[in-house]
Design a protein around this ligand. Structure first.
Ligand code: NAG
Ligand code: NAG
Ligand code: NAG
Ligand code: NAG
Ligand code: CU
Length: 251
């Protein structure tokens, strides 16, 4: 009896761990990184409902945002989309990198995002985009999204500047990026705690006109390493515990 309770608690814990994983995405990269500084690494992850995607602003120097877009207009904040605002990491910073945690509320539809920074030229046009739960093939795949990015880059309509928002479509953060220590600063970061209903008023007002001579777009890449590693280890734990239950049942 008691053993059964313990074992089922363990199985439940493993199940919960398998469901709610923490997925890491790095925001920005070093200037000499293989695909340049304007990237999310990995650009594409899968995250089940209840999982947390932790973005870490490690790119130094960097001044980036994580802003939700639609599939069709990848370099514009979508109406009701989340935005971290911009976090400036000065040159030479090596630690105390701030993070931003997004909890996935709906894993049934892809969540698209980009960096809205315009300096020195729009990062989105350079391929600084990402996706959560995007299909790998088909007409709404990550590759199709990247084609929309390339179309936006040649069209040249600069990203409008985002309104900081904790709440997005399908995902929500409970706090602004942090900690902001030393010379690390934020611009247009969201204030307060997440509202119950969807937050931001959208904030697409007017459009800039700097037709960026974008640095060469980065390849679409297919990361996802850390997410699958997290999923695999949680699943492995589950399998081991199920095995344990089986073993206990024999005795
Ligand atoms: C997993 O996510 C669900 C839904 O958000 C939540 O109720 C539960 O407490 C989470 N479990 C863990 C272990 O974090
Ligand atoms: C960081 O980016 C924001 C938004 O473009 C801008 O307002 C701010 O001046 C930038 N900071 C620096 C130090 O470049
Ligand atoms: C994000 O989550 C991690 C892990 O729980 C935590 O250490 C960090 O402080 C969180 N960041 C913010 C800005 O809340
Ligand atoms: C995410 O899941 C979709 C659907 O199962 C799959 O096609 C895709 O390869 C996965 N992506 C990653 C990065 O694991
Ligand atoms: Cu950027």
């Amino acid at each position: 009896m008691r053993l059964t309770a313990v074992v089922s608690a363990l199985v439940y814990a493993a199940y919960a761990a398998a469901q709610n994983t923490t997925i890491q995405i790095q925001v920005g990269a070093a200037p000499d990184a293989p695909n340049g500084p304007f990237q999310f690494t990995p650009p594409m992850v899968n995250a089940t409902k209840g999982s947390t995607v932790t973005f870490t602003f490690t790119g130094s120097p960097g001044n980036h945002s994580i802003t939700q877009s639609s599939f069709a207009t990848p370099c514009q904040q979508m109406e009701g989309g989340f935005s971290s605002g911009f976090i400036l990491i000065p040159a030479g910073a090596t630690d105390n990198f701030p993070s931003w945690n997004l909890t996935i509320e709906d894993d049934s539809a892809p969540i698209w995002f980009f960096c809205a920074q315009l300096i020195p030229s729009p990062h989105c046009f350079a391929g600084m985009v990402g996706a959560i739960n995007a299909p790998t093939s088909g007409n709404r795949s990550f590759d199709a999204f990247v084609q929309n990015v390339q179309a936006a880059a040649s069209n040249g309509t600069a990203p409008t500047q985002p309104v900081g928002a904790l709440s997005g479509s399908g995902a929500v953060a409970t706090a602004a990026p942090g900690p902001l220590t030393g010379s690390i600063t934020g611009f247009a970061t969201p204030a307060g705690s997440a509202p119950a209903a969807s937050g931001s008023s959208g904030g697409a007002s007017g459009s800039g006109s700097s037709s960026g001579s974008a640095p060469s777009p980065t390849s679409s890449g297919s990361g996802g390493g850390s997410s699958s590693a997290a999923t695999i280890s949680a699943n492995t734990l589950l399998v081991l515990l199920v095995g344990l239950v089986g073993g206990v049942a024999l005795f």
